[in-house]
Design a protein around this ligand. Structure first.
Ligand SMILES: [Zn+2]
Length: 281
């Protein structure tokens, strides 16, 4: 095992470019499981669970709330749960420590905004499905995303009986209708200028890495993931000097034969793997 870790560190150290791809499994290693009815969900969202019967954060994101006051009670709670007064987790600290001096780019489907929290700069980050702290018009009347930290904190702290006060509900500055959180929960999700810029930055980063020592570092991405995993595998097979490194928990690790010779897979708790790597660095 130690040899494998050493190999991972060497690949990272020698890389000209590192693309980090992260999905649900990374959040789970931090203790956040948006698909689970676990103790953390019950502790932080128990009132919603009881009132509406949903059993996970993701179900809460798509629940048809009877009113805006109730909808925002959930989304502001989710914001608070992910971010408010939150310290960066050891997992994210270690990940940052591992790559901070390297030429890297991050692509993630996680909506918890933990990469920015950990100090990863916006210019090196593409959040495919948005994040919990930005807002957009709920029917996408215009193509712009707004920062929502202030109003979301306010709503999180001023909810009563599962409702926020009506005067706090954020309204679209163009059409006056309610806003919604900029997370891909429905077809109205906006790919505005900032989303396009991030997407382009991701493409440019990959283009520039062509023919160089490229490391594709995949963290907690499911075997059938088409958004992150499929392009990573394709790049690994196309790029001569690419290395595909994947960390995932028991049973989730998947490396196709065709790229096996250019791949390193570590089966284990991502939190422990990152800790180990940083200690050995
Ligand atoms: Zn609008």
């Amino acid at each position: 095992m130690e040899e494998k870790y050493r190999k991972v560190l060497t690949k990272i150290q020698e890389a000209d470019a590192i693309v980090i791809g992260a999905s649900n499994g990374l959040s789970i290693s931090e203790g956040i499981h948006i698909f689970a009815d676990d103790s953390s969900f019950q502790e932080n969202f128990g009132d919603f669970r009881k009132k509406y019967g949903f059993r996970s954060i993701i179900q809460g994101c798509i629940y048809p709330y009877p009113s805006q006051e109730e909808k925002w009670a959930f989304f502001s709670r989710m914001f608070e749960y992910f971010l408010y007064n939150k310290e960066t987790s050891p997992v994210m600290k270690n990940l940052y420590e591992l790559v901070k001096d390297k030429n890297y780019f991050v692509v993630t489907s996680n909506i918890d905004a933990h990469f920015t929290l950990a100090g990863f700069p916006k210019e090196r980050l593409f959040e495919i499905e948005g994040n919990c702290r930005n807002l957009q018009c709920s029917h996408g009347c215009h193509n712009r995303i707004y920062p929502g930290d202030e109003i979301l904190s306010k709503m999180a702290q001023n909810q009563e009986n599962g409702k926020v006060p009506p005067n706090l509900i954020p309204k679209c500055p163009e059409c006056g209708d309610p806003m919604q959180v900029h997370v891909e929960v429905d077809r109205n999700f906006l790919r505005d200028q900032s989303w396009q810029t991030s997407y382009q930055a991701y493409q440019d980063f990959i283009d520039k890495a062509h023919g160089k020592k490229l490391v594709l570092l995949e963290l907690g991405v499911g075997a059938r993931n088409q958004m992150i995993k499929a392009p990573f595998m394709k790049l690994t097979s196309l790029e001569e000097y690419a290395t595909y490194i994947t960390f995932n928990k028991g049973g989730e690790l998947y490396i196709p034969d065709v790229i096996a010779a250019k791949s390193i897979g570590i089966d284990g708790d991502i939190a422990e793997v990152l800790q180990q790597l940083v200690q050995m660095k």
